[in-house]
Design a protein around this ligand. Structure first.
Ligand SMILES: [Zn+2]
Ligand SMILES: [Zn+2]
Length: 196
C-alpha cells in the first residue's frame, strides 16, 4: 500500500508513506493541485510530506510558454492529445489550471508547511532525480536527509516497489492548513473521513 519507504543508514529508523491526492480549496470553491516533497518536520520530529511552493516566476513563465505554443511545451503535452481531446483543448485546460495556480500563489503568505501537522518548522530533503539507465542499480529518484537526530546518519526515502491506487483526497487552505480528508469512490464520489 505504501508509495515510499524511508530508512536510516545508522539506526533502526524506518517509515512508510502513502501518497494521497492533495489540493488547495480556495474561497471561491475551486481546487488547485498541491505539490509536495519530503521534509524533516521539527514538530513531528519525523520525515513527512511537506509543501513544495512553486516560484511565481516559474508558473508565469510556464503560462507564457503554453500561450505562445512553445514547441518544447507542445511536445511535452502531445501524449495527452487524442481524438476526443484535441491539442486546443489540452492547451486550454492547462492554461486554466495555470491561471488558477498563479492566483493562489500570488495570495499565498506563509512559508511551506508540514502536511501532517501544519508546522512551518521544516527542512526540505535533498531530492535527486536521475535519467533512466538500463545498467544502473540506482533508483530513478530519492530524497536524502543528512544528520538524522542523535545517530547523525543519513535517511534515504525511496519509491516503494509496490504501487497501489490511493483513494484519499485531502483539502488544504491556501496557506497549507489541513481542512478535510475525503475517500474517493467510483459510485459515491468524495466521502468525508475526518474533520480538522
Ligand atoms: Zn538514524
Ligand atoms: Zn509535522
Amino acid at each position: 500500500m505504501s508509495s515510499h519507504e524511508a530508512n536510516c543508514g545508522s539506526c533502526a529508523y524506518k517509515a512508510t508513506f502513502t501518497q494521497p491526492l492533495r489540493s488547495y480549496k480556495l474561497q471561491d470553491g475551486t481546487t488547485v493541485p498541491l505539490e509536495s516533497t519530503f521534509v524533516w518536520c521539527q514538530a513531528c520530529t519525523d520525515v513527512r510530506w511537506g509543501e513544495k511552493l512553486p516560484e511565481l516566476a516559474a508558473l508565469k513563465e510556464r503560462l507564457r510558454a503554453i500561450e505562445t505554443r512553445d514547441p518544447l511545451v507542445v511536445e511535452e503535452l502531445l501524449f495527452l492529445v487524442s481524438k476526443r481531446q484535441p491539442m486546443t483543448e489540452v492547451i486550454e485546460r492547462h492554461v486554466t489550471g495555470l491561471v488558477q495556480r498563479i492566483a493562489w500563489r500570488q495570495n499565498r503568505i506563509s512559508a511551506a508547511r508540514c502536511l501532517e501537522c501544519g508546522s512551518l518548522n521544516i527542512r526540505e530533503l535533498e531530492h535527486v532525480e536521475r535519467d533512466w539507465e538500463a545498467d544502473s542499480d540506482l533508483p530513478d529518484e530519492e530524497w536524502i536527509l543528512l544528520g538524522h537526530g542523535d545517530c547523525r546518519g543519513s535517511i534515504r526515502v525511496l519509491p516503494s516497489a509496490s504501487w497501489a491506487l490511493n483513494r484519499c483526497w485531502i483539502h488544504y487552505t491556501q496557506e497549507g492548513e489541513r481542512i478535510q480528508a475525503f475517500e474517493m469512490y467510483a459510485g459515491k464520489g468524495a466521502v468525508p473521513v475526518d474533520s480538522a
